[in-house]
Structures are given as C-alpha cells and as structure tokens.
Design a binder for this molecule. Sequence first.
Ligand code: MSP
Length: 547
Amino acid sequence: MQEKFYITTAISYPNGKPHIGHAYEAIAADAIARFHRLSGKDVRFQTGTDEHGLKMVQTARDKGVDVRDLCREMSDQFQAMCDTLNISYDHFQRTTDPKHHTASQAIWQAMAANGDLELGRYEGWYSVRDEAFYEEKELTLGEGGVKLSPQGTPVEWTVEENWRFKLSRYQEPLLKLYADHPEFIQPDSRRNEVINFVKGGLQDLSVSRTSFDWGVKVPGSEGHVMYVWVDALTNYLTGLGYPDMGGDMAKYWPAQRDADSGALKPANVLHLIGKDIVRFHAVYWPAFLMSAKLPLPKQVFGHGFLLARGGEKMSKSLGNVVDPIALAEQFGVDNLRYFLLREVSFGQDGSYSPEAIVTRCNAELANSFGNLAQRVLSMIAKNLDGELPKLHSASNQTDVDARLLQQVREVMPSMVKQMAERLALSILVEEWLARVTMGNQYVDEQAPWTLRKTDFERMKAVLAVLFACIRDLAITIQPIIPTAAGKLLDQLGIPRPPENTPEWLHHRGYEALNRTSWYEELRASGHRIAPPTPIFPRLELPVDDAA
Ligand code: MSP
C-alpha cells in the first residue's frame, strides 16, 4: 500500500499581512511535501489561518473594522501568498469555518470525558501578542519595569473564572514520550529546551476565556470561549474531517494500536512550525491528544527564524518587515524559494538581503545549472539538428563518463537520508549543487566544442552523457524550484503527465532516476531539441537596493 504522509505548517494569525517568515515556513513545508510525493508517497499538506483570540479582536478594534471582515480579508491574503509561491497545499483551513468549531468542540468533549477539564478561578500572566500564559519565574523585566514574556512581549495580570486543563497530569507521560521517541521534537536543541521546561513542573492550563466572545464556544458552558490555542491546534484534525474517524482521518491520522502493547501508534504526521511555538506543539498538543485518546503525530520540527538584513528581528515597529509577494515579483518565485532553502541551514536562524539573493541565484542557478543546460542543449540543437545522440551502455562507457553518471545517481540516496534524519534542506541543495559543478567540470575538461572539429563521435557521446545528467539533476531539484525544473524537463522532452499520477512518477518522479530505458525511449520518440531559451536568467540588483 502507498505510504501516507501528512505535513502541516502552523496556521498564521491574520492580524496583518503575511511576511517573509510566513513565506519561509510555507516554502519549506512545500519542498518537503513535494519531495515525498516525488518519492511515491500519498501526501496530504495543510496550511491555514488562526483567526480567533484577543489579538484579532484588538487589531480589528484598532483598525475600526469588524473582526469577521478583518479575518476574511487577511486570510485571503495568506491564501494568495501560498498560491503565488506555488505552495502545493491540499487544504487551507480557516478556524472560523463552522466545521472547525465542531471539531474543536468534539476534542473538548473528549478531554472532558477523560476528566481533564474543571472549572476554577484563574489568576496569571497573559501575553496577548503570544496568546500565551506564563509563569512568574519565566518573566523578565523590561524598560520602565514592564514585565516581559520569554519572547520579549508584555504580559498582563489576568483574573478570570475559567476552565482548566489538568496539564500537570501529563508531566510523566510527556517525559516518557520524549525519552521513547527522540525524533518527536527536532532539532535536538529544541528538544532539550522542552524537556527542561517539562521537568521543571507543569501547571494546569487555563483553556477558556470569558472576557470576550471571539472564539469557539465551550460546549454546555454559557459565556465561555475556548482559549485560542486549544482551537488552533485542533485545526490539524479539522482538515481531515475529525470527529469523523473515517475518511481522511483514517487515511492520514489513523488510530492504530501496537499489536504487543496495545498502545496507539503515532501517525505519520509532521508539524512544521517556528521555534517560538514549540512549547504549544510539543507539550500542550500531545497532552490534549493523549487526553482525547487520539494518536500522536510523529514529529514536531521547530525551524529557525528568518531575520532582516544584518540579523535584526523583523518587526512592524522597526519598519523592516519584508513582503514576500514583492520579493517574488522582484526576483521570481523559484529564485526566492531556492535562496531561502539554500541559504538558511534548516533549523537555524538565517538572514536575507537582496544582494544575497542576487549573488546566490546568479552564481548557482544562472551560471552553474542554467549554463550547463544551456550549453549542452544549444550544442545538440546546433550541431546535431536537435537529435539526441546515442548514450553508450554502461559497459561501453569511458571511465570518466561512467564516473559522472554514477556521481549524479548517488545524490538521491544521500538526499533521502538527509531528509529522513534531519530535514536538512540546505544540505540537500548543496549535494545537488556539487553534482552540477561536477557536470560543468566535465564539460570544461571534455570541451565538446573542440571535439566537434577533432572527434565528432566523441562529442556525441559526451553530449549524451551530459543530457542524461541534466535530466537527472532537473528531476532531483523539483521540490525546491518546481516551475523551472519542470520547464527544463519539458525542454528535454521528458513527458509531462498530470502531476501526482503514476505516469507522472514514472517519467518525472524519483523512481524515474532508476529507470535506464528512458533515454532510448526518448530517442525513439523522435523528440528534437529546439534551441533553448534560458530558464535561469541572470538577476540584476535594483538600483535602490544596491545603495
Ligand atoms: N497562530 C499561531 C500558530 C498556531 S499553529 C496551531 C502563530 N501564528 S504566527 O502568524 O505568529 O506565526 C505563524 C508561523 O510563522 C509560526 O510557525 C512562526 O514561528 C512562523 N514565523 C513567524 N515569524 C517568523 C520569522 N521571522 N521567520 C520564520 N518563521 C516565522 O504563531
């Protein structure tokens, strides 16, 4: 049976327009989703917007608009961002969707049935910006004696009667989870932070609010809406049809038990989120799921932050928030995707600047990969009338030819390993680029333009080897630069059946890399290479950015 894989991003607060940090997360998740689809898995990919809570209410009030209108307008912008950036999500979940209210109420009732919810009086520190409660010991003092959360946001003393979730009951089960499944929280540094936090003792969590009504109503408790994180986290289930345990739930979040222990097995689910919200996903979420007797996800991965030029935090007050749509228009979607995934070591913070995008994309896409494809395809078009030269079988290849083909073929297994072990997206790209460089070195050494005059047959053999390498490299890099890689495969004449079908996998999926018959099939089809148009034009630094 086809392996299932469910990947989610965090759902963003639509209290402002999407910024480059949101784009970064969506692009990374998209690359991972595409990688697994190309590997033949049945992938479900979900993103969306988190529309309840005090922060949304306050923003709408400040702008003088109705909170519903604000949600709709901004949520649309997040969805438009995903569409512009070629994010291949299967479902966009809004938390104002009535289905989501049903799902949140169902998980609430399951937690209540387990005896984990009780009504009480809550007094504590709340940060509206983080939509989070903090303990006194976690706070620091800011300017003018203002108390600040660990994220540096102001907190206020809150007193309310509300529902409390017995989080303290889950301290031991959570510590056992982290010990038994070290892969549950990644990277390791984030895992250690969470373990220390949980070891320090867990206090019960306030999970409803009565001072405003913009949220999911607590079932059977007039005047209470759920704490925004309870409903936000549940979005991951809503999109699969929870509380119906059939359909997509059965497919992507199945309740399967281990034959020996009888325990629920983790579902093959990856929550990709930023480092600032690891606690919610790695402490609260598994506790809620255990309480509701639902399976746990396999992994929570906390990626790093994207910082503005010079490593500054992006913030509205500093005026350095970067609009991803403007960047995509300026540099192209694939260039932006390539830059972000290549430049930032995945899991760590990274910074961005227009100069860095231009330098990297020109060096690696335009000059290295683009030039390799351009040189080879032009030579075939010009000197062979576009006809593919014969590719010698392995036993008849020279050592250099066989070595290059072998080196290119080796990239995939090592990429699969990097992906499985640590989602090392930037290393994946580096490995790919190393093969592009080998291809270019081979062109320079073999100098087919000289062979054209001295040994025409050898020139044909060299071009055939290069053509095969370029096809493999284009297939490999599809998750990172899907449009450009697809266009290049079109130029090569590789069939393009509808995406994610078995035929598509046969021609453009990773299984196609192990199939040697493709070359002869393509030759036999009579496909001719037209003089190519460059797929990776050089970028220019706009004058005002260069200043
Ligand atoms: N609504 C919550 C998430 C609920 S998930 C059940 C939230 N929203 S957010 O809009 O503030 O952030 C959405 C995602 O973007 C988070 O994973 C967050 O870490 C990420 N990022 C926000 N700023 C970022 C950067 N500057 N860089 C990279 N990612 C960043 O948190």
